[in-house]
Design a protein around this ligand. Structure first.
Ligand code: FAD
Length: 405
């Protein structure tokens, strides 16, 4: 089966790697000129994401990509009082892995390089603009005129998916969450944290983890109106950091200390999630990762779900049946789980909003919310991943697609 994956991000590269482990070839068409993707600063890869990587033979990758263990969270109110915590020390025993904090670009590059080393072919500067059904497959047309014909097309092209828009023009669009996220890593004179530290600040939510005198920090800047696409791409860093410091000027000492040292933020990302789609697939096209179900980063689950999707789809694509039947099995395995986590992310986002009355209520009820959230965390981290790739990679087989350069 000729498989074309649109998007060489976290989901696309993981899928390409997993397919090659089964001996199934695939072409990855990526809009960027190479593997380098610097968006998103750093992220938390949860135990379920790490377990899914292990199941496809990439158990060593989180550490190889520089990830360090970060289990559990302490929550503080705006005066610095610890109001709740999430224990994480037992994650290894309970779920089989500790979550890790990784620089997103390193995770991304490591996945893409492993996929390429396993034999996946990448077409760079390949921005999909059209999809056409042919008699026996799908033709993908790219902005520079190139085209590739394949039996199936996998849309792994992220939250603003072109595959989704071209295949389901009436599908809902990503929904803005009212938060602009930003963050970076900054040298600080603070001790290592054993848990992630979260602050419901006076005017914005702030989180950080310290490892070897480097603070990995983010803040959720509230902004009611949705920024225009690209509006926040080239910010004046001095002005932007000044506004972030002012936002947190009354917050507890560690928050102010980190922001005092921070010279820049690695970006400013308006946060979106995806309303539920009616379906993720047709007979020849299937969505995975953020294209199908982008979750709010508040869940810390986006990358983990993208990796799970890739591992599960690779399994179903080995079955001796039609593409439509494979995709239906994949969707049955994944859709409810992913959409439940999207809804959970919305609830967390609502808790982060600050108002004086709301803050008092939140401080009083946060522990209870987290106890309820503990059940959700168990479901998220404890995902039983039943499919494992063969121990030895199989030699590639099949025609990866017909390219018309
Ligand atoms: C600020 C921020 C913080 C986050 N924090 C976390 C966290 O702590 N934990 C976590 O698990 N997740 C987090 N996430 C989410 C995580 O990064 C995403 O869920 C994950 O990257 C989804 O992977 P994906 O492969 O589906 O999409 P992406 O990684 O976005 O990859 C999509 C790829 O498709 C390519 N592409 C797009 N359009 C086209 C086209 N037309 N033709 C060809 N190629 C195309 C893109 O260039 C890109 O390489 C965060 C995200 C953001 C923005």
């Amino acid at each position: 089966m000729r498989t074309l994956i649109i998007g060489g991000g976290i989901a696309g590269s993981t899928l390409a790697y997993a397919l090659h482990r089964y001996g199934h070839d695939a072409v990855v068409a990526e809009a960027r000129p190479g593997h380098r993707d610097t968006g998103g600063a750093f992220l938390y890869l949860a135990p379920n994401g790490i377990n899914a990587l292990a199941a496809i033979g990439l158990g060593d990758l989180p550490e190889a990509a520089g990830g360090f263990v970060a289990s559990g969270m302490d929550f503080h109110n705006a005066r610095g009082r610890r109001i709740a915590d999430l224990q994480g020390e037992g994650d290894l025993e309970e779920y089989g892995a500790h979550g890790r904090v990784l620089r997103r670009a390193r995770l991304h590059a490591e996945l893409a390089e492993r996929a390429q080393a396993a034999g996946a072919r990448y077409e760079f500067d390949a921005r999909l603009v059209e999809l056409h059904r042919t008699a026996d497959g799908v033709e993908a047309v790219f902005a520079d005129g190139r085209s590739i014909t394949a039996d199936v097309v996998i849309g792994a092209d992220g939250i603003w998916s072109t595959v989704r828009r071209l295949t389901w023009p009436a599908a809902p669009k990503p929904s803005y969450t009212g938060i602009v996220d930003c963050g970076s890593w900054t040298e600080v004179d603070l001790p290592d944290t054993t848990r992630q530290q979260m602050y419901f600040g006076h005017r914005a939510f702030f989180g950080y983890t310290v490892k070897n005198n480097v603070a990995y920090w983010f803040t959720n800047v509230p902004r009611r109106d949705e920024p225009a696409r690209g509006e926040l791409d080239d910010l004046d860093q001095a002005a932007w950091m000044g506004s972030i410091r002012r936002l947190h000027e009354k917050d507890p000492a560690p928050v102010r200390a980190i922001l005092q040292e921070a010279r820049h933020s690695l970006g400013a990302w308006p946060l979106y999630d995806m309303p539920a789609l009616t379906t993720w697939h047709t007979n020849r096209v299937c969505l995975i990762g953020d294209a199908a179900h982008a979750v709010s980063p508040s869940t810390g689950q986006g990358a983990s779900l993208a990796i799970e999707d890739a591992a599960v789809l690779a399994h179903w694509m080995q079955q001796d049946t039609s593409p439509a039947a494979m995709f239906a099995e994949f969707q049955a395995d994944r859709k409810d789980r992913a959409e439940k986590i999207v809804r959970f992310g919305r609830q967390i986002g609502a808790r982060k909003a600050s108002s004086p009355i709301g803050s008092v209520f939140r401080d009083l009820t946060l522990s209870m919310f987290l106890r309820m959230g503990g059940k959700a965390t168990e479901e998220q981290y404890g995902y039983q991943y039943g499919y494992r790739v063969p121990d030895q990679p199989a030699p590639p087989a099949g025609n990866p697609g017909t390219s018309n350069a």
